[in-house]
Ligand binder design. Structure first.
Ligand SMILES: O=C(O)CCC(=O)C(=O)O
Ligand SMILES: [Fe+2]
Length: 347
Protein backbone atom coordinates (compact mmCIF):
# COMPACT_ATOMS: atom_id res chain seq x y z
CA UNK A 1 0.00 0.00 0.00
CA UNK A 2 1.45 3.35 -1.00
CA UNK A 3 1.69 6.47 1.13
CA UNK A 4 -1.30 7.82 -0.71
CA UNK A 5 -3.45 5.37 1.21
CA UNK A 6 -2.44 6.66 4.62
CA UNK A 7 -5.40 8.47 6.11
CA UNK A 8 -5.03 11.62 8.13
CA UNK A 9 -7.11 12.39 11.18
CA UNK A 10 -10.21 14.05 9.70
CA UNK A 11 -10.31 11.93 6.53
CA UNK A 12 -13.39 9.96 5.61
CA UNK A 13 -12.58 6.25 5.71
CA UNK A 14 -13.54 3.69 3.06
CA UNK A 15 -14.82 0.21 3.95
CA UNK A 16 -12.38 -1.70 6.15
CA UNK A 17 -13.23 -5.39 5.84
CA UNK A 18 -11.04 -7.77 7.83
CA UNK A 19 -11.55 -11.44 8.69
CA UNK A 20 -12.75 -12.32 12.19
CA UNK A 21 -11.34 -15.29 14.14
CA UNK A 22 -13.27 -17.75 11.98
CA UNK A 23 -12.24 -16.05 8.73
CA UNK A 24 -15.61 -14.34 8.16
CA UNK A 25 -15.32 -10.75 6.82
CA UNK A 26 -16.14 -8.02 9.33
CA UNK A 27 -16.61 -4.45 8.05
CA UNK A 28 -15.54 -1.83 10.56
CA UNK A 29 -17.48 0.71 8.48
CA UNK A 30 -20.49 -1.57 7.93
CA UNK A 31 -24.09 -0.60 8.66
CA UNK A 32 -24.38 -2.84 11.69
CA UNK A 33 -22.05 -0.58 13.68
CA UNK A 34 -21.89 2.64 11.61
CA UNK A 35 -23.32 5.71 13.29
CA UNK A 36 -21.49 4.92 16.54
CA UNK A 37 -17.91 5.73 17.44
CA UNK A 38 -15.68 2.72 16.83
CA UNK A 39 -12.56 2.35 18.92
CA UNK A 40 -9.91 0.20 17.24
CA UNK A 41 -7.16 -1.31 19.35
CA UNK A 42 -4.53 -2.05 16.70
CA UNK A 43 -2.22 -4.68 18.09
CA UNK A 44 -4.80 -6.09 20.51
CA UNK A 45 -5.61 -5.74 24.19
CA UNK A 46 -4.18 -7.56 27.20
CA UNK A 47 -6.48 -10.58 27.51
CA UNK A 48 -7.31 -9.97 31.18
CA UNK A 49 -8.37 -6.38 30.54
CA UNK A 50 -10.39 -6.94 27.36
CA UNK A 51 -13.80 -7.75 28.95
CA UNK A 52 -13.73 -4.69 31.25
CA UNK A 53 -12.70 -2.44 28.40
CA UNK A 54 -15.45 -3.82 26.24
CA UNK A 55 -18.04 -3.05 28.94
CA UNK A 56 -16.66 0.48 29.30
CA UNK A 57 -16.81 0.96 25.51
CA UNK A 58 -20.36 -0.35 25.38
CA UNK A 59 -21.42 1.92 28.27
CA UNK A 60 -19.99 4.85 26.31
CA UNK A 61 -22.13 3.91 23.28
CA UNK A 62 -19.13 2.82 21.25
CA UNK A 63 -17.91 -0.39 19.66
CA UNK A 64 -14.49 -1.71 20.63
CA UNK A 65 -12.68 -3.73 17.98
CA UNK A 66 -9.35 -5.48 18.45
CA UNK A 67 -7.32 -5.49 15.24
CA UNK A 68 -4.62 -8.16 15.48
CA UNK A 69 -1.57 -8.63 13.32
CA UNK A 70 -1.48 -12.13 11.87
CA UNK A 71 -3.92 -14.59 10.39
CA UNK A 72 -7.32 -15.53 11.93
CA UNK A 73 -6.61 -17.80 14.91
CA UNK A 74 -9.89 -19.72 14.88
CA UNK A 75 -10.47 -18.97 18.58
CA UNK A 76 -13.87 -17.46 19.28
CA UNK A 77 -13.92 -15.91 22.72
CA UNK A 78 -16.13 -13.45 24.61
CA UNK A 79 -15.06 -9.83 24.77
CA UNK A 80 -14.50 -7.30 22.02
CA UNK A 81 -14.87 -8.15 18.36
CA UNK A 82 -11.51 -9.45 17.11
CA UNK A 83 -10.37 -9.03 13.53
CA UNK A 84 -7.10 -9.96 11.83
CA UNK A 85 -4.91 -7.93 9.54
CA UNK A 86 -2.24 -10.35 8.37
CA UNK A 87 -0.78 -7.97 5.78
CA UNK A 88 -0.79 -4.99 8.14
CA UNK A 89 -2.63 -2.87 5.55
CA UNK A 90 -5.12 -1.43 8.05
CA UNK A 91 -2.35 -0.59 10.52
CA UNK A 92 -0.49 1.35 7.84
CA UNK A 93 -3.58 2.99 6.32
CA UNK A 94 -4.50 4.37 9.72
CA UNK A 95 -0.96 5.68 10.20
CA UNK A 96 -0.33 3.24 13.03
CA UNK A 97 2.09 0.75 11.51
CA UNK A 98 3.43 -0.11 14.97
CA UNK A 99 0.00 -0.39 16.60
CA UNK A 100 -2.12 2.04 18.58
CA UNK A 101 -5.64 3.29 19.11
CA UNK A 102 -7.79 4.75 16.34
CA UNK A 103 -11.27 6.16 16.71
CA UNK A 104 -13.72 6.21 13.80
CA UNK A 105 -16.39 8.89 14.27
CA UNK A 106 -20.10 8.17 13.84
CA UNK A 107 -19.84 10.09 10.55
CA UNK A 108 -17.19 7.63 9.33
CA UNK A 109 -14.07 9.70 9.69
CA UNK A 110 -10.77 8.91 11.32
CA UNK A 111 -11.25 11.05 14.40
CA UNK A 112 -8.22 10.15 16.45
CA UNK A 113 -5.08 8.06 16.05
CA UNK A 114 -2.34 7.58 18.65
CA UNK A 115 0.44 5.02 18.68
CA UNK A 116 0.54 2.61 21.62
CA UNK A 117 2.42 -0.59 22.35
CA UNK A 118 1.06 -3.66 24.16
CA UNK A 119 1.85 -2.23 27.60
CA UNK A 120 0.09 1.07 26.98
CA UNK A 121 -2.87 -0.22 24.99
CA UNK A 122 -5.44 -0.52 27.80
CA UNK A 123 -4.80 2.98 29.10
CA UNK A 124 -4.78 4.37 25.54
CA UNK A 125 -8.24 2.85 24.98
CA UNK A 126 -9.48 4.32 28.27
CA UNK A 127 -8.11 7.74 27.29
CA UNK A 128 -9.79 7.52 23.87
CA UNK A 129 -13.11 6.64 25.51
CA UNK A 130 -12.77 9.52 27.97
CA UNK A 131 -12.06 11.95 25.11
CA UNK A 132 -15.24 11.10 23.18
CA UNK A 133 -17.78 13.92 23.04
CA UNK A 134 -20.63 13.43 25.50
CA UNK A 135 -23.96 12.56 23.91
CA UNK A 136 -26.03 15.54 22.74
CA UNK A 137 -28.97 16.70 24.85
CA UNK A 138 -32.45 16.04 23.51
CA UNK A 139 -32.06 16.23 19.72
CA UNK A 140 -34.37 18.54 17.78
CA UNK A 141 -37.15 17.00 15.71
CA UNK A 142 -36.89 18.53 12.23
CA UNK A 143 -40.01 18.94 10.16
CA UNK A 144 -38.54 20.94 7.33
CA UNK A 145 -35.43 22.69 6.16
CA UNK A 146 -33.28 22.86 3.06
CA UNK A 147 -31.57 19.74 1.69
CA UNK A 148 -28.12 21.11 2.30
CA UNK A 149 -25.17 18.95 3.28
CA UNK A 150 -23.15 20.48 6.10
CA UNK A 151 -19.67 19.01 6.42
CA UNK A 152 -17.51 20.14 9.36
CA UNK A 153 -13.71 20.15 9.66
CA UNK A 154 -12.69 19.89 6.02
CA UNK A 155 -9.71 22.25 6.35
CA UNK A 156 -7.38 22.44 9.33
CA UNK A 157 -6.62 25.86 10.90
CA UNK A 158 -3.15 26.07 9.26
CA UNK A 159 -4.61 25.62 5.79
CA UNK A 160 -7.38 28.12 6.55
CA UNK A 161 -4.70 30.63 7.62
CA UNK A 162 -2.71 30.00 4.41
CA UNK A 163 -5.83 30.56 2.28
CA UNK A 164 -6.58 33.82 4.11
CA UNK A 165 -2.99 34.95 3.52
CA UNK A 166 -3.41 34.09 -0.18
CA UNK A 167 -6.49 36.34 -0.28
CA UNK A 168 -4.54 39.18 1.35
CA UNK A 169 -1.80 38.93 -1.28
CA UNK A 170 -4.03 38.29 -4.29
CA UNK A 171 -5.59 40.48 -6.89
CA UNK A 172 -9.19 41.19 -5.81
CA UNK A 173 -12.02 40.75 -8.26
CA UNK A 174 -14.91 42.79 -6.95
CA UNK A 175 -18.53 41.82 -7.44
CA UNK A 176 -17.77 39.57 -10.38
CA UNK A 177 -20.62 37.33 -11.48
CA UNK A 178 -20.40 34.80 -14.29
CA UNK A 179 -21.97 36.20 -17.44
CA UNK A 180 -21.79 39.59 -19.10
CA UNK A 181 -25.58 39.99 -19.06
CA UNK A 182 -25.62 40.04 -15.28
CA UNK A 183 -22.46 42.04 -14.90
CA UNK A 184 -24.16 45.42 -15.17
CA UNK A 185 -26.31 44.70 -12.14
CA UNK A 186 -23.60 42.74 -10.39
CA UNK A 187 -22.93 45.17 -7.61
CA UNK A 188 -26.57 44.99 -6.66
CA UNK A 189 -26.61 41.20 -6.43
CA UNK A 190 -23.11 40.41 -5.18
CA UNK A 191 -20.89 42.54 -3.00
CA UNK A 192 -17.79 40.45 -2.45
CA UNK A 193 -14.07 40.67 -3.24
CA UNK A 194 -12.73 37.41 -4.69
CA UNK A 195 -9.24 36.06 -5.18
CA UNK A 196 -8.78 32.91 -7.27
CA UNK A 197 -6.89 30.05 -5.69
CA UNK A 198 -4.15 30.13 -8.33
CA UNK A 199 -1.26 28.99 -6.12
CA UNK A 200 -0.41 25.45 -7.18
CA UNK A 201 0.86 24.23 -3.81
CA UNK A 202 -2.12 25.55 -1.89
CA UNK A 203 -4.48 24.28 -4.54
CA UNK A 204 -3.04 20.80 -4.30
CA UNK A 205 -3.45 20.64 -0.52
CA UNK A 206 -6.99 22.00 -0.81
CA UNK A 207 -7.71 19.42 -3.53
CA UNK A 208 -6.46 16.61 -1.31
CA UNK A 209 -8.84 17.69 1.47
CA UNK A 210 -11.77 17.76 -0.97
CA UNK A 211 -10.93 14.27 -2.20
CA UNK A 212 -10.77 12.79 1.30
CA UNK A 213 -13.40 14.84 3.10
CA UNK A 214 -15.96 16.20 0.65
CA UNK A 215 -16.30 13.77 -2.26
CA UNK A 216 -17.10 10.75 -0.06
CA UNK A 217 -19.77 12.82 1.71
CA UNK A 218 -21.30 13.90 -1.63
CA UNK A 219 -21.32 10.29 -2.77
CA UNK A 220 -23.06 9.17 0.42
CA UNK A 221 -25.57 12.02 0.54
CA UNK A 222 -26.31 12.49 -3.16
CA UNK A 223 -24.74 9.54 -5.00
CA UNK A 224 -22.93 12.19 -7.00
CA UNK A 225 -19.34 11.87 -8.10
CA UNK A 226 -17.94 15.11 -9.49
CA UNK A 227 -15.55 14.84 -12.41
CA UNK A 228 -14.27 18.38 -11.99
CA UNK A 229 -14.78 21.63 -10.14
CA UNK A 230 -14.17 25.27 -10.97
CA UNK A 231 -11.01 26.99 -9.82
CA UNK A 232 -11.93 27.85 -6.23
CA UNK A 233 -12.19 31.50 -5.26
CA UNK A 234 -11.70 32.96 -1.82
CA UNK A 235 -14.26 35.67 -1.14
CA UNK A 236 -14.54 38.44 1.41
CA UNK A 237 -17.85 39.99 2.37
CA UNK A 238 -17.02 43.23 4.15
CA UNK A 239 -19.50 45.09 6.36
CA UNK A 240 -17.94 48.34 5.08
CA UNK A 241 -19.33 47.40 1.69
CA UNK A 242 -22.59 45.82 2.97
CA UNK A 243 -21.05 42.55 1.70
CA UNK A 244 -23.72 40.07 0.59
CA UNK A 245 -24.84 37.85 -2.26
CA UNK A 246 -28.52 38.30 -2.89
CA UNK A 247 -30.91 35.47 -3.76
CA UNK A 248 -29.85 33.56 -6.86
CA UNK A 249 -29.42 30.12 -8.38
CA UNK A 250 -25.96 29.06 -9.41
CA UNK A 251 -26.67 27.60 -12.86
CA UNK A 252 -28.96 30.02 -14.64
CA UNK A 253 -26.69 31.60 -17.25
CA UNK A 254 -24.92 30.09 -20.28
CA UNK A 255 -21.70 30.53 -18.28
CA UNK A 256 -22.93 28.62 -15.26
CA UNK A 257 -25.35 26.04 -16.72
CA UNK A 258 -22.74 23.28 -16.32
CA UNK A 259 -22.69 23.59 -12.53
CA UNK A 260 -24.30 20.82 -10.50
CA UNK A 261 -23.37 21.34 -6.83
CA UNK A 262 -22.04 24.41 -5.02
CA UNK A 263 -19.71 24.43 -2.07
CA UNK A 264 -19.41 27.33 0.30
CA UNK A 265 -16.65 26.67 2.84
CA UNK A 266 -16.27 29.16 5.66
CA UNK A 267 -12.77 30.37 6.52
CA UNK A 268 -13.78 32.33 9.60
CA UNK A 269 -16.72 32.50 12.00
CA UNK A 270 -17.30 34.58 15.12
CA UNK A 271 -15.53 37.61 13.62
CA UNK A 272 -18.52 39.11 11.87
CA UNK A 273 -22.25 39.54 12.21
CA UNK A 274 -24.73 38.52 9.53
CA UNK A 275 -23.28 36.60 6.61
CA UNK A 276 -25.32 33.43 7.11
CA UNK A 277 -26.61 31.35 4.24
CA UNK A 278 -30.33 31.05 3.65
CA UNK A 279 -32.44 29.00 1.26
CA UNK A 280 -35.65 31.04 1.04
CA UNK A 281 -37.62 28.31 -0.77
CA UNK A 282 -37.19 26.07 2.25
CA UNK A 283 -37.97 28.38 5.14
CA UNK A 284 -36.13 30.80 7.35
CA UNK A 285 -33.30 28.59 8.69
CA UNK A 286 -29.84 30.14 8.65
CA UNK A 287 -26.74 28.07 7.93
CA UNK A 288 -23.24 28.81 9.08
CA UNK A 289 -20.70 25.99 9.16
CA UNK A 290 -17.85 26.55 11.61
CA UNK A 291 -14.59 27.80 10.10
CA UNK A 292 -13.09 24.95 8.05
CA UNK A 293 -16.52 23.44 7.33
CA UNK A 294 -18.80 23.78 4.32
CA UNK A 295 -22.34 23.84 3.04
CA UNK A 296 -22.83 21.82 -0.15
CA UNK A 297 -26.06 22.15 -2.09
CA UNK A 298 -27.61 21.65 -5.51
CA UNK A 299 -27.15 24.55 -7.92
CA UNK A 300 -30.88 24.77 -8.64
CA UNK A 301 -31.61 25.86 -5.09
CA UNK A 302 -32.33 29.53 -4.54
CA UNK A 303 -29.91 30.83 -1.91
CA UNK A 304 -28.49 34.03 -0.51
CA UNK A 305 -25.62 35.09 1.70
CA UNK A 306 -27.12 37.64 4.07
CA UNK A 307 -25.39 41.00 4.46
CA UNK A 308 -22.41 41.20 6.76
CA UNK A 309 -23.26 43.97 9.21
CA UNK A 310 -20.03 43.94 11.24
CA UNK A 311 -16.54 42.71 10.39
CA UNK A 312 -15.56 40.59 7.41
CA UNK A 313 -16.65 37.12 6.42
CA UNK A 314 -14.23 34.98 4.42
CA UNK A 315 -15.13 31.78 2.62
CA UNK A 316 -13.89 29.69 -0.29
CA UNK A 317 -16.27 28.72 -3.06
CA UNK A 318 -16.36 26.26 -5.90
CA UNK A 319 -18.85 24.43 -8.10
CA UNK A 320 -18.74 20.75 -8.97
CA UNK A 321 -19.87 19.24 -12.22
CA UNK A 322 -20.36 15.83 -13.85
CA UNK A 323 -19.08 14.44 -17.18
CA UNK A 324 -21.76 16.16 -19.25
CA UNK A 325 -21.26 19.48 -17.46
CA UNK A 326 -17.49 19.18 -17.86
CA UNK A 327 -17.95 18.94 -21.65
CA UNK A 328 -20.08 22.11 -21.62
CA UNK A 329 -17.51 23.83 -19.46
CA UNK A 330 -14.65 22.82 -21.75
CA UNK A 331 -16.57 24.21 -24.73
CA UNK A 332 -16.94 27.52 -22.84
CA UNK A 333 -13.25 27.59 -22.05
CA UNK A 334 -12.43 27.02 -25.76
CA UNK A 335 -14.84 29.79 -26.80
CA UNK A 336 -13.20 32.15 -24.35
CA UNK A 337 -9.72 31.22 -25.52
CA UNK A 338 -10.79 31.81 -29.16
CA UNK A 339 -12.01 35.26 -28.08
CA UNK A 340 -8.59 35.91 -26.57
CA UNK A 341 -9.71 35.54 -22.93
CA UNK A 342 -7.21 33.64 -20.89
CA UNK A 343 -8.41 31.39 -18.07
CA UNK A 344 -6.88 31.33 -14.61
CA UNK A 345 -3.24 30.26 -14.70
CA UNK A 346 -1.84 28.31 -11.77
CA UNK A 347 1.33 29.79 -10.39
O1 LIG B 1 -21.58 33.23 0.62
C1 LIG B 1 -22.01 32.09 0.45
O2 LIG B 1 -21.89 31.21 1.31
C2 LIG B 1 -22.68 31.74 -0.84
C3 LIG B 1 -21.93 32.19 -2.04
C4 LIG B 1 -22.66 31.95 -3.31
O3 LIG B 1 -23.83 31.74 -3.30
C5 LIG B 1 -21.93 31.94 -4.60
O4 LIG B 1 -20.72 32.23 -4.63
O5 LIG B 1 -22.56 31.65 -5.63
FE1 LIG C 1 -24.43 30.96 -5.15
Amino acid sequence: MSDRSVFLVGDHLPGIVLPDASGQGFDVMGQVIAGRPRVLALGGLPEEEAPALESAARAAGTVLVEVLAGAPDGTVRPGPQRVFDAGGGAFRALGLAGGGVAVVSPRGRLEFAAPAGPAGMASAVRAALAALPSPAPAPPVRRGGAPVLLVPDILEPELVAALLAHWERGEKQKDRVAGAAEAAGAHRIKRRADVFLDDRGLYETFHARLMRRVLPEMMRAYRFQPVSYEVPRIGCYDAADAGAFEAHRDNRTPFTAHRRFAMSLNLNTGEYEGGTLRFPEFGPDLHEPEAGGAAIFGCDMLHEALPVTRGRRFAIFTFFTDAEGAKQEQALIRQRAAAGQQGIQMR
